[in-house]
Design a protein around this ligand. Structure first.
Ligand code: SF4
Length: 466
């Protein structure tokens, strides 16, 4: 970045839900707010830019000419609360991010301008309007090519983050019922130039990198070749960093990809498995898993392990037709299968998803006093009427099964199994750390937050990480 010559001050804020205030144990697992880093990089040099990140510093009012906030459903009430502090002082506020993009009318009641969609394409126009004192109420961003997408200004991130973040693609051609990625980022799978992503990876000042893509492997030959070129670029780039990211299960069909993912430092792959039952995958339109076939899931895990990478399986409780018994069976599957890191969350109808529209039209949403009730849409609380059990039976079943999944003896066994399957201590340590973070997430405020050392004293003694 060139040096900034202040004419205006832009304050970018990453709000954190008050529910999570005080939860210090998972801070290290999260990655810096990339959207704000990109906005900062796009802001002309006559602006001074600062990021105020509530993951590290609780908000305190400070002066600015313009305030930008990024929103998720889980953080939206905190966004509105902070925006209110600036509006009292007549400082213009702008909000972007997935929640505001899905609920622009709601957001416009709390801020001066709402950016709908990916902000890159309209950011200069918005700043120009600000300088003319004519901010619009809404800015509708276009889905644009990533060819000229800037790298985020990482110099503004809080140095306390352990992960750097890198993006290689955006968008998804699939349309799973519970997901809003295709609505927000578009159903065209867009590829960022490989050299830019490799350069971002190499230049991050962290040894751990989170690939923020919703699916870094994609479904086409072009997407596959793009991922391969990225892995090779990183592997040959002369830096040694561990990285993690999300991919669809079809990654296991391509051993060359897995081999280069491993050579470039991949330590675990997050797989959206959702369910082991075909009718449930059909109901949520999880086409890629149906194509792989539930009877082939075990082969997917095996192939991933062959390259010393661990498999993180994300499952959903509360899919259509779920009962306490099927949730129990799903948990048994997770415990018995060769899945190293287990995530099980409650089906949550986020705004902008087809699931939300369906449950709303069927009169099944339990909490619709918005925006206050968005706090409840946090993946651990039941917010809709299940078809085959009461909401309370569902909530109780979720807690009972989280007790089974995150039982410390079970996690210890998973650790030893990962060690045996991958023969890689670093991969196994990643696994146990992540399992404990998942445990902290579901039991937040209900159980003691644990890290590996306090939960398993001595377990990692003698394990040499690379
Ligand atoms: S869940 Fe994954 S595969 Fe499905 S639409 Fe979302 S990003 Fe695409």
């Amino acid at each position: 970045m060139g040096s900034r010559n202040k004419t205006y001050k832009l304050l970018l804020i990453n709000p954190v839900s008050r529910r999570r205030q005080g939860l210090k144990s998972d801070r290290d697992s999260i990655y810096p707010p990339m959207a704000l880093g990109i906005i900062a990089a796009l802001t002309p040099l006559n602006w001074e830019v600062e990021i105020l990140d509530e993951n590290f510093t609780e908000f305190e009012y400070k002066d600015a000419d313009l305030v930008g906030l990024t929103s998720l459903t889980a953080t939206i009430n905190r966004c509105y609360e902070i925006a209110g502090e600036f509006r009292k002082n007549k400082i213009p506020t702008v909000i972007g991010g997935i929640h505001a993009s899905m609920m622009p009318q709601e957001a416009s009641q709390y801020v001066d301008s709402v950016v709908v969609g990916e902000a890159e394409s309209i950011w200069h126009e918005l700043l120009h309007d600000f300088e003319k004192n004519s901010l619009k109420k809404y800015y509708h961003a276009k889905i644009s090519s990533l060819v000229n997408a800037p790298s985020p200004d990482i110099s503004l991130y809080n140095p306390g983050y352990k992960f750097g973040s890198v993006q290689t693609t955006r968008g998804c051609p699939m349309s799973c019922e519970f997901c809003s990625v295709h609505t927000f980022n578009g159903s065209k799978y867009r590829l960022r130039p490989v050299d830019k992503s490799v350069s971002d990876f190499i230049s991050t000042d962290k040894d751990l990198v989170y690939i923020v893509d919703d699916n870094f492997v994609g479904y086409s030959k072009a997407a596959r070749n793009h991922a391969l070129a990225f892995f090779k670029g990183v592997a040959k780039g002369g830096v040694k960093k561990d990285w993690v990211g999300s991919a669809s299960m079809n990654i296991a069909e391509d051993e060359e990809l897995l081999e280069w993912a491993a050579k470039s430092g991949c330590k675990f792959i997050f797989l959206g498995i959702e369910s082991e039952l075909i009718d449930q995958l059909e109901k949520v339109n999880k086409q890629v898993n149906l194509k792989i076939g539930v009877d082939k899931y075990a082969e997917v895990y095996k192939k991933i392990h062959k390259y010393a990478i661990s498999a993180m399986g994300a499952f959903i409780f509360g899919l259509e037709n779920d009962t306490p018994e099927t949730i129990y069976n799903r948990t048994s599957y997770m415990l018995d299968a060769d899945i190293d890191i287990m995530q099980a969350t409650i089906l949550t109808p986020l705004p902008g998803t087809e699931l939300y529209c369906r449950l709303l039209s069927e009169g099944r949403l339990l909490h619709t006093n918005y925006p206050d009730d968005w706090e409840r849409y946090n993946f651990t609380e039941v917010v809709f009427k299940p078809a085959k059990m009461s909401p309370q039976e569902f909530q109780d079943a979720a807690y009972d099964n989280w007790e089974r999944i995150y039982d410390l003896k079970t996690l210890r066994k998973k650790f030893l199994k990962t060690l045996q399957l991958t023969k890689n201590p670093t991969t196994a340590v990643w696994g146990i750390n992540l399992n404990l973070q998942m445990r902290n997430f579901v039991f937040e405020g209900k159980k003691e937050m644990l890290d590996t050392e306090s939960a398993f004293p001595g377990l990692l003694d003698g394990i040499k990480l690379r």
